[in-house]
Design a protein around this ligand. Structure first.
Ligand code: FAD
Length: 330
């Protein structure tokens, strides 16, 4: 058994999905703790420079399965090709982004190999005593965080949502070995036919790209009051987020929702206004660099994760915040 951690290097139209780089960054921590080799596995047409990018984010080795038929995702081609390689090399751990592709591919591969799979992890760790991957995700409707282990089968597999981990390049590439894996795509892939690929229309709210996010919760009081949240976000050139309570109440569209059933974000600064800090909300924002919480209840759980807390009425604090920023900007 080659003690390796693999990251599935998801690509679309020859460009790497950012979540693959986030997983490599976290994979470096797991590799350090376990002593395993960090590798990436890439299925593509083969006419790209993706391996170089993977090395810059920590891959010591890249397995490349190159074939024009693998240019775009087709589960009937990807799953057997990936499983054949896993069966041969038997890595200890395989990580996938919890994207539409990862969420289709990983379960298919898991069934092929009777491997365990934990979906939508929000935290990963390695138990150095038991030599086992610790996979944490919300469970029972998000009321608890469960740490799941896969003791008897290999590989241990997990999908992780985008933006849970930050991607950080290394100064120098971690490796340069590209293992070209022969792949036979004949006889597979007939069940699925790509009729057309449509580029997703960009939403007006780009929470994923925003450096600053100002989020409103039930404490905002009514839909019209979101105006002060929008004004602060605008001054900070950021985006507006929201808790599910406000989305369910119809105060703001679901595109703004942050959390377990909304978006996972990691801006430089996250300002939570009138948000209590339910575990399902925290699941979507707690990896933000700096968290500022404004809440009139000093015991609100949001203060447990906040770097800066302001106890008081958001209707006074938020406009004052905006006013002072305008003053500083002149
Ligand atoms: P509340 O919990 O009601 O908190 C309002 C806060 O505002 C309070 O802390 C109060 O002290 C404060 N406040 C009130 N007035 C003021 C004022 N004038 N000034 C300052 N502070 C004030 N939630 C999400 O957000 N995202 C999700 O993705 C999500 N997914 C879920 C999935 C499942 C399966 C389940 C069961 C729940 C999910 N939830 C999610 C809901 C979550 O459990 C909470 O109900 C929700 O986050 C609460 O929203 P809130 O903090 O805005 O409201």
């Amino acid at each position: 058994m080659s003690a390796e951690i693999w990251v599935f290097a998801e690509q679309r139209r020859g460009a790497l999905a950012p979540v693959a780089l986030e997983l490599l960054t976290e994979g470096r921590v797991l590799a350090e703790k376990s002593g395993y080799t960090l590798c990436a596995v890439l299925l593509s047409a083969g006419d790209d420079d993706i391996p170089q990018e993977l090395f810059r984010y920590g891959a010591e080795k890249v397995y490349r399965l190159a074939d024009p038929a693998l240019a775009e995702f087709n589960n009937d081609l990807y799953a057997p090709a990936l499983w054949n390689l896993i069966e041969k090399e038997m890595p200890e751990i395989v990580l996938y982004g919890a994207t539409a592709v990862g969420r289709t591919l990983a379960p298919t591969v898991a069934v092929m190999g009777y491997a365990g799979l934990t979906a939508d992890c929000t935290e990963l760790d390695f138990d150095t005593e038991k030599n086992i991957l610790l996979q944490t995700r919300p469970a029972f409707g998000g009321n608890i965080m469960a740490t799941i282990t896969c003791e008897n089968h290999r590989p241990q597999m997990a999908t992780v949502r985008a933006n849970v981990f930050k991607k950080e390049p290394l100064e120098n590439p971690a490796g340069d070995e590209v293992v070209e894996v022969p792949v036979d795509t004949g006889g597979h892939g007939d069940r699925m036919k790509r009729v057309e690929s449509v580029q997703e229309v960009a939403e007006d709210v780009d929470l994923n790209a925003a450096q600053f996010i100002v989020s409103g919760g039930r404490g905002v009081g009514k839909p019209e009051n979101f105006k002060i949240i929008h004004e602060l976000a605008e001054e900070l050139e950021g985006a507006v987020g929201a808790s599910r309570a406000t989305v369910d109440a119809g105060w703001i569209s679901h595109h703004h929702q942050v959390g377990q059933t909304g978006k996972t974000v990691c801006p430089v600064v996250y300002i939570a206004c009138g948000i209590s800090g339910a575990i399902q909300h925290l699941a979507g924002m707690q990896s933000s660099d700096v968290i500022i919480a404004i809440n009139k209840d000093p015991n609100a759980p949001i203060f447990d994760v906040a770097d800066f807390g302001l106890v008081g009425d958001l209707h006074e604090i938020v406009p004052e915040f905006t006013r002072q920023i305008r003053e500083i900007k002149g």
